[in-house]
Design a binder for this molecule. Structure first.
Ligand code: PEP
Ligand code: MN
Length: 268
């Protein structure tokens, strides 16, 4: 069988501890939209541990469209961050403001730049100096060219560990939250040689469709997934509608393994 998947090479693989974003591996980054409570984090940690998932997402500062929505725990998240560390997981968390870099630096393994900050070049320049891997989300109105130019702000510094993330763009379709642009993600990968992962949770915005979108990504030749989960999604302080239940995640992971197996890749 001709393996179309491997013909799109990742030329700039990224490693986070022993987790590799490269040709052979397909990392999963899973966690809540926002870190909320001990109970929430402990429940998620137990499930990730059972599923052998080592990268956890979790928002500490949130960029919310509505100023009266939950803005994240900020520095009050410290005990939750400590329990993630104690469990041996690597934390991926969004940096919304250059003034938070100093606090986040010892705690995060990957800085996430959100869709709303992709054009914040001064933030990107600051992050480039940290030498930490950066997960750069595509803005929902950015062309692939603009996205890759933003990545160059990061690559111009000592940071050469950039993971791109497609998370849905705005189209005329309002039935789903955004529209997943696999075209753009594949083009970005081919043009940059950087690993490109996908966030199906924000792309579709409806938890019942996230597993099928995730399986499509695993078959697409792209390089990993970042997904939102919550033990009680309807009680979540942010993005509950798109957060999978832990049971959905438990059902999805073996299916992802089967799809990845066909293209000779391994979940990590
Ligand atoms: C998030 O990951 O919770 C988030 C806010 O994502 P985005 O920047 O893609 O909207
Ligand atoms: Mn979210």
């Amino acid at each position: 069988m001709v393996n179309h998947v491997l013909s799109l090479k990742v030329k700039h693989p990224v490693a986070v501890g022993s987790i590799r974003f490269d040709q052979e591996h397909f990392p999963l980054i899973v966690g809540p939209c926002s870190l909320e409570s001990n109970k929430q984090v402990d429940h998620i940690l137990a499930t990730l541990n059972d599923l052998n998932i080592h990268l956890m997402r979790g928002g500490i500062w949130k960029l919310r469209t509505n100023p009266s929505s939950f803005q994240g725990l900020g520095t009050d998240a410290l005990p939750l961050i400590e329990s993630i560390k104690r469990a041996g997981l690597f934390l991926v968390s969004e940096v919304t403001d250059p003034r938070h870099i100093e606090f986040l630096l010892p705690h995060v393994s990957v800085f996430q730049v959100g869709a709303r900050n992709m054009y914040n070049y001064y933030l990107l320049k600051e992050l480039a100096q940290t030498g930490k891997p950066v997960l750069l989300k595509r803005s929902f109105a950015a062309t692939v060219d603009e996205w890759l130019k933003a990545a160059n702000y990061l690559l111009n510094g000592p940071c050469n560990h950039v993971i791109l993330c497609e998370r849905g763009i705005r189209t005329f379709e309002h039935g789903t939250r955004f529209t997943l642009d696999l075209n753009g993600a594949l083009l970005a990968k081919a043009q940059s040689g950087l690993p490109v992962i996908v966030d199906p949770s924000h792309a579709i915005g409806l938890r019942e469709f996230v597993p099928n979108l995730a399986l499509a990504v695993a078959a697409s030749g792209l390089d990993g997934l970042i997904m939102e989960v919550h033990p009680e999604p309807d009680q979540a302080l942010s993005d509950g509608r798109q957060s999978m239940t832990l049971q959905q995640l438990q059902e999805l992971v073996p299916q992802l393994d089967m799809v990845l197996n066909i293209s000779g890749r391994k979940r990590c």
